[in-house]
Design a protein around this ligand. Structure first.
Ligand code: NAD
Length: 286
C-alpha cells in the first residue's frame, strides 16, 4: 500500500474545505481544486477561521495552525492533481458534473491512485462505470461538519476491490475517523435509516399527534438522541431532506419512502429551516 502524503480535494465548498482541513490537521498535504478563485479563497478562509477557533479553545497551538494552513494549497488547475496520492471529489451534487470531473481526473491522476467521491446520493457503481479504474474507485462519505464528525462511510461499488477499501480505511483512520464499509445503495446506510425517520416525524407532526417541541423532546429523552428530529430537519435543510426522499422513492419504487406532504409544502413555501430563518421552528434574529 502506498503511503498517502498528498490528498487532492475537488470542490472547496462545505465538504471540500472540511475534508482539506481534516487532512491538513492530520499532517497530510491537501490540494484543493475549484472552478473559481473566489470559491477557493472562501474555502481557505473557512479553514483559517475554523483553525482559529480551535486555537482560541486551546485545542490547537498557533504553530500547528500555521503548519496546517501551510499544507493546504489551492488551484483552479486540475493538472495539479498529478501530484496527489489519493483524490476525493466533493463538488456540487449533479450527476453530469461529477461524470465530467471524474473522466478528467481519471486522465490526470497517476495510475496507482485511488479516486473517491463524497456524493450523498449518486450511485458509486454508475460513477465508476465512466472510469478506466473502476476497481480503484469508491465512495468516501464524510459527514458535516467534517472536522467534528467521527464517521466515514466507505462505499463499495460493484467493481471496487479489497485493496482500495483497505487503503481508504487506512486513510480514514489517519484522519482520526472511524470508517464503516457499506455496499452501494441509495443513501448508503446512515441516510437510509435517518431520512425516513425524519420524514416519519413530519408525518407525525402533520397528523397533529403532538407539538414539534413534544416530538423532539420525545425522541431526545425516549431514544437518547442528542437532537430532536424536527430540529434536525431544520438544521439539515428541508429541501435537502425532500431531495433525498425523492431519490429513495424513485429508486426503490416503494411507497414507504414517499415524502410527507407537509415537507413538500414547506419546501414550496421556502420554509427550509435554519438557512431561511423558518422551518419547524423560527430562527429570526438568530
Ligand atoms: P457546496 O455547494 O458547499 O460546494 C460545492 C463546491 O463545488 C463549490 O465550491 C463549487 O464551486 C464546486 N464546483 C462546482 N463545479 C466544480 C468543478 N467542475 N470542479 C471543481 N469544483 C467545482 O457543496 P457541499 O455541501 O460541499 O457538497 C459537496 C458534495 O458533498 C456533494 O456531492 C454532496 O452530496 C456531498 N455531501 C454533502 C454533505 C453536506 O452536509 N453538505 C454531506 C455529505 C456529503
Amino acid at each position: 500500500m502506498t503511503t498517502l502524503k498528498t490528498i487532492g480535494v475537488i470542490g472547496a465548498g462545505t465538504m471540500g474545505n472540511g475534508i482539506a482541513q481534516a487532512c491538513a490537521t492530520s499532517g497530510l498535504a491537501a490540494i484543493m481544486i475549484d472552478v473559481a478563485d473566489a470559491a477557493l479563497d472562501k474555502g481557505k478562509a473557512t479553514i483559517a477561521g475554523s483553525l482559529e477557533r480551535l486555537v482560541k479553545k486551546e485545542k490547537l497551538t498557533a504553530a500547528d495552525r500555521d503548519a496546517a494552513l501551510g499544507r493546504v494549497t489551492t488551484s483552479t488547475d486540475y493538472g495539479k492533481l498529478a501530484a496527489a496520492d489519493f483524490i476525493i471529489e466533493a463538488a456540487t451534487e449533479r450527476l453530469e458534473l461529477k461524470l465530467d470531473i471524474l473522466k478528467k481526473v481519471d486522465a490526470i491522476a497517476r495510475q496507482d491512485v485511488i479516486i473517491a467521491t463524497n456524493t450523498s446520493s449518486i450511485s458509486i457503481t454508475q460513477l465508476a462505470a465512466v472510469m478506466k479504474r473502476p476497481s480503484q474507485f469508491l465512495g468516501v462519505h464524510f459527514f458535516n461538519p467534517v472536522p467534528m464528525m467521527a464517521l466515514v462511510e466507505l462505499v463499495r461499488g460493484l467493481a471496487t476491490d479489497d485493496a482500495t477499501i483497505a487503503t481508504a480505511e487506512a486513510f480514514a483512520k489517519t484522519l482520526g475517523k472511524t470508517p464503516i464499509v457499506v455496499k452501494n445503495s441509495p443513501g448508503f446506510v446512515v441516510n437510509r435509516i435517518l431520512c425516513p425517520m425524519l420524514n416519519e416525524a413530519i408525518f407525525v407532526y402533520q397528523e397533529g399527534l403532538a407539538s414539534a417541541a413534544a416530538i423532539d423532546e420525545g425522541m431526545k429523552l425516549g431514544c437518547n438522541h442528542p437532537i430532536g428530529p424536527l430540529a434536525l430537519c431544520d438544521m439539515i435543510g428541508l429541501d435537502v431532506l425532500l431531495a433525498v426522499m425523492n431519490v429513495f422513492y424513485a429508486d426503490f419504487k416503494d411507497p414507504k419512502y414517499r415524502p410527507a406532504p407537509l415537507l413538500q409544502e414547506m419546501v414550496a413555501a421556502g420554509w427550509l429551516g435554519r438557512k431561511t430563518g423558518r422551518g419547524f421552528y423560527a430562527y429570526e434574529g438568530k
